[in-house]
Write a protein that binds this ligand. Structure first.
Ligand code: PEP
Length: 250
């Protein structure tokens, strides 16, 4: 049985004051949430604040990216060990905004995934197709290519310590959510593809859906067989909305 996970991706949002009120409201509402695991992935500079506020709670925290390197002359980068110093559990890798705005290739994403695994961080590997790729009927080929780059570099067993997030790019921050059927079809494809290499990994890995998830549509998505929770952008900045999404998963 896979425990659902709801992870917030704050993106480049927040301030010390805003984070404090958001996390206070989140912590206050947690007894409403059933068995789902909850996490927030926050901008690097706020990790110490978030670690301090969430320490001892059931909410885990993480980063939105991680360097492929471990240490040295890599100006601006933050390594997996540095994130572990602040008890991060998760690091998102390969978010579509990093792939499209910062030119991250499948190969670079695989190296970041490897760096996270090596230091005991759980990578949340984002995969998903552009609108034109869906319209061309290449959704599965795109997702397979993105997964294959990581499997080839890190091996299928590395997925035992990872989470996958299927995020159709056309649904991120656009208000357009994939229908439960569209999402389930891709999740089933991902699980089936993994099962060809390891039945155990395929049955145990959590595959989250991301793309304009809100309180109003979370339940119909999370009830699908192969959807094990969500990666939540915009709606994770509102404690009440995020808590309702966590309730739907729990
Ligand atoms: C995301 O950033 O991963 C995301 C899914 O964003 P949103 O929920 O705002 O679409």
């Amino acid at each position: 049985m896979r425990t659902p996970l709801v992870a917030g991706n704050w993106k480049m949002n927040g301030s010390l004051a805003e984070n404090e009120s958001l996390l206070t409201a989140l912590l206050d509402g947690l007894d409403r949430v059933g068995k789902a695991e909850i996490a927030v992935c926050v901008p690097y500079v706020y990790i110490p604040q978030v670690a301090q506020m969430l320490k001892g709670s059931r909410v885990a925290w993480g980063a939105q990216d991680v360097a492929k390197e471990e240490q040295g002359a890599f100006t601006g980068e933050v390594s997996a060990s540095m994130l572990r110093d602040f008890q991060c559990t998760y690091a998102i890798v390969g978010h579509s905004e990093r792939r499209s705005l910062y030119g991250e290739s499948d190969e670079l994403v695989a190296l970041k995934f490897a760096a996270a695994i090596e230091k005991g961080l759980v990578p949340i590997l984002c995969v998903g197709e552009l609108l034109e790729e869906r319209e061309r009927g290449t959704t599965e080929a795109v997702v397979e290519r993105q997964l294959k780059a990581v499997v080839e570099h890190c091996g299928i067993d590395s997925f035992a310590a990872a989470v996958i997030a299927y995020e159709p790019v056309w649904a991120i921050g656009t208000g357009k959510t994939a229908t439960p059927r569209q999402a389930q079809d891709v999740h089933a494809f991902i699980r089936g593809w993994l099962a060809e290499q390891s039945e155990t990994v395929a049955s145990e890995i959590r595959i989250l859906y991301g793309g304009s998830v809100k309180a109003a549509n979370a339940a119909e998505l999370f009830v699908q067989d192969d959807i094990d929770g969500g990666l939540i952008g915009g709606a994770s900045l509102n404690a009440e909305e995020f808590l309702k999404i966590c309730e739907a998963a729990g």
